[in-house]
Design a protein around this ligand. Sequence first.
Ligand SMILES: [Zn+2]
Length: 100
Amino acid sequence: MKTTLNVNKSAGTSTAHFKLQCSSCDEHVKSVRREFSNQAWAALVAWQEISSMAVDEPICNDCYFNFRDVLIDRADEMRILSANTASASVSHATAVGARA
Ligand SMILES: [Zn+2]
C-alpha cells in the first residue's frame, strides 16, 4: 500500500477566491472562484465562452451556470479538444501513467 503524506498546504492560496466583480461579464456582483478542471477552462477559452484573462478568476453565478451548461452540452467536444491540445504538451504524463 502506498502511503502519501497529504499535507494540505495549497488549501489557502494567496489569489482571491472572492470578488465583487465578475471576471467574465464584468458585472458588479458577488463572484467566486470556481473549480473547473484545466481542460474545462481551456475548452471554454477555445470556444470563446470566456476570456483567457478570466480563467481561474472569480466569476458570478450567471456565468458559472452558463459555463457549466456549455461544458455539459459539449462534453464530447471537450474530450476531443483536450486530447488534441494535451498530446503536444502532456506526452510525459502518459508515460508516467502507464507505469501505475
Ligand atoms: Zn459573470
